[in-house]
Ligand binder design. Structure first.
Ligand SMILES: CC(C)(COP(=O)(O)OP(=O)(O)OC[C@H]1O[C@@H](n2cnc3c(N)ncnc32)[C@H](O)[C@@H]1OP(=O)(O)O)[C@@H](O)C(=O)NCCC(=O)NCCS
Length: 180
């Protein structure tokens, strides 16, 4: 599998993935407008190019790179977001990365492999410890982050939704050091 930066060309399976993700997303991983209107694909691809540019970090803006998670045939099975520098809002909830694998491709190792590659990318950008936040009911993601050596700092409540979430720190060289 690979992480392929989202560009103006959508690879095979991209639209199906965004439709599966929907507009609301799942478990705190945000959806996109394409989820309810497939005609908005090009607009969303432009948006990804826009948010990947290096504006100064502010309370309202953090650079974000979106990556397709693709299988060995280049087919899209998931989506991953990296925020190399986190602002106050992301330090509270959201962290340095978010990940989503389409239901049809879950439990085949894509999620774990994608997080490992994302940690490599963050390390290459100078991030030594990555923050990952996981809703407290999300047992799959909780076990995944713990399996990768994530250390829980605390549990907080989202002011807007009332949803409890856990905040974990992951060493970005955890996988190379320990082979996890
Ligand atoms: C979380 C998510 C990305 C995991 O993706 P995935 O590709 O299924 O994950 P993996 O196949 O790499 O599985 C990771 C581990 O979880 C375990 N797991 C996977 N699905 C499971 C399930 N339904 N129940 C229990 N354990 C499960 C696997 O056995 C694996 O553990 P192992 O490495 O010890 O075998 C995926 O479930 C998802 O997209 N969920 C919706 C969005 C989301 O929750 N994102 C995270 C926000 S913090």
């Amino acid at each position: 599998m690979k992480l392929q930066a989202v560009s103006s060309e959508a690879p095979p399976g991209a639209l199906e993935l965004l439709i599966a993700l929907g507009e609301k997303g799942e478990n705190g991983f945000g959806g996109t407008p394409v989820g309810s209107d497939p005609g908005k694909l090009d607009e969303w691809l432009d948006y990804c190019a826009h948010v990947a540019t290096a504006k100064p970090l502010s309370d309202d803006f953090a650079v974000q790179t979106n990556y397709w998670i693709t299988d060995d045939n280049g087919f899209v099975v998931g989506l991953l977001r990296i925020f190399p520098r986190i602002n106050k809002a992301l330090l509270n909830k959201g962290g340095h990365l978010g990940y989503y694998v389409a239901p049809a491709y879950r439990n085949r190792g894509y999620g774990k492999a994608a997080i490992r590659l994302a940690l490599d990318k963050l390390r290459a950008k100078g991030v030594r410890r990555a923050l990952v936040t996981v809703e407290s009911h999300n047992t799959v993601s909780l076990s995944l982050v713990k399996a990768l050596g994530g250390v829980q700092e605390d549990e907080r409540i989202d002011d807007e939704t009332g949803q409890a979430f856990c905040r974990f720190w992951l060493e970005t060289d955890c996988c190379t050091k320990t082979g996890k």
